[in-house]
Design a protein around this ligand. Sequence first.
Ligand SMILES: Cc1cc2nc3c(=O)[nH]c(=O)nc-3n(C[C@H](O)[C@H](O)[C@H](O)COP(=O)(O)OP(=O)(O)OC[C@H]3O[C@@H](n4cnc5c(N)ncnc54)[C@H](O)[C@@H]3O)c2cc1C
Length: 539
Amino acid sequence: MMPSRRALLRGLAGLPLLRCASRAAPTPLAGGIVGGAHQRGHRLRDGFRPAAAREEQIPVAILGGGIAGLSAGWALERAGFRDFVILELEDAPGGTSRSGSSPVSAYPWGAHYVPVPAPSNRPLVAILEEVGAVARRDGRGEPVYAEEVLCREPQERVFFKGEWYEGLYPRVAAAPSELAQLERFFAEMRRFARRRDRRGRRAFALPRALSSDDPDLVALDAHSMADWMKAQGFDSPRLRWFVEYGCRDDFGATLRQTSAWAGIHYFASRLEEGRDEPAEFLTWPEGNGRLVAQLAKTAGARLRLNALVADVDPRTDGVRILYYDDSRREAVALRARHAIFALPRFLAGHLVAPWRATPAPWLSEAVYGSWMVANLTLRERPRGRGFSLAWDNVLYDSESLGYVVATHQSGRDHGATVLTYYLPLVDDDARGARARLLATRFSDWCERILADLGRAHPGLRELVERVDVYLWGHAMVRPRPGYLWSEALAASARPLGRLHFAHTDLAGMALFEEAQYWGIRAAEAVMRDERHAFQSWLV
Ligand SMILES: Cc1cc2nc3c(=O)[nH]c(=O)nc-3n(C[C@H](O)[C@H](O)[C@H](O)COP(=O)(O)OP(=O)(O)OC[C@H]3O[C@@H](n4cnc5c(N)ncnc54)[C@H](O)[C@@H]3O)c2cc1C
């Protein structure tokens, strides 16, 4: 039987925001809204294109220092192609995988884990090896992961009807018919995981570009996960909650907003090759910030922070880029032979000169969900009824995804800690939700978080030393029905002359594996154009 651990995840609810239980005016909490750099980024909407104070030439310019951009730089460096720069808007690299730290612990601001990759995912194994996550190789030469990075037990618990329970699926008092549906769902996912096409490709692979394109599989994309479950007779409320949790967790989307292909991919791609077990998780206190630090180290001084890309103009002989160096307060014109656009795709309409004049038709096809992430510093572990604190702590009837515990891997089960709380805004009106996200005051976020978690943790407010909030306006592209296998998505990945594209958006799903794949793919395309010899990571 497939265990109910994290690969099968966490979930939802749609309850209206609960009011804070306390009647007296609450004492303001220390902390604030610390990111992202909306003001800087929003200048682009207003046509910010300052006159350049100086000009530079460079063979390759990478725009964006998230996982995709950093991975492009990593692949160039590993192939001995050293002449590039990476331009990143923020004062720290990593984008949605960036992290922060306090005297108590490092913590993630977004991405917090990767599943143990298939050994065939060589670039991910390579970067994991670089950060010391691979303890050794086994007799078959396959990586064995270090204990300190494999998520330790207990991995998950769920707060259900007033009590914490182990695992993510609340089995307590579940009707036999509900448990039977759960088993049937797992069996179906195992069937998808085992399936290979005529070319030997997995039905659902990570990165998804390696998946089979058998027509019956591709056809799943036309339906929502909600409709697919209904058609399969999966109507158990607990199972639907469980699967929706997965969609909200990975895609920031409800069952109805998620393509059935993506929903199944979430489960089937994470079942280990040749086994029916879900892959273990690799995690660090700062989440995927550990991988960011290693990638940024590889880039070294070639990574330019506080660098806002304002204009990208592909010409026949290369790409002209205008960026604003916020540290020196000057605009710089960069003449690059090639450029890699590793920025969220919606920015292409504002930045890429020909598309400003005539927008590419696919630009309006991507829908982005917003997220609020809060790091709560606590002086002591929170109290709660039932099963003990786990890495991932999920509330059944909550709009949030609950929280992960930054100190979990340390093995210490008492004392100060940091909880990273995740709230995806899953409104159908994504734009309206984004406006609400940015307009909500810090004190209102605090009350909302405490009201949500306070149900499971009496006395939580007294333990909170500070709350820091990060707002992700365009956090994730939604794998909405019909999008993943659409011409619009395929077209958005095609180069424009010497301008190549990379970003997890090109996969239609926000995951480390996807961002890394697209970054490396773009770097390899550039090296091919430059006739630079290299060994591909992707074959
Ligand atoms: C809340 C949250 C939780 C997540 N959790 C996980 C997880 O646990 N595991 C996982 O695998 N994935 C997770 N993800 C998905 C995550 O998005 C990907 O793993 C990955 O980090 C995407 O990288 P990217 O480079 O494609 O994009 P981005 O992270 O969007 O990087 C783009 C970069 O471009 C920069 N930029 C933007 N505009 C400009 C400009 N004009 N000039 C210069 N630079 C600019 C940005 O600052 C950013 O650094 C999560 C995402 C979110 C939002």
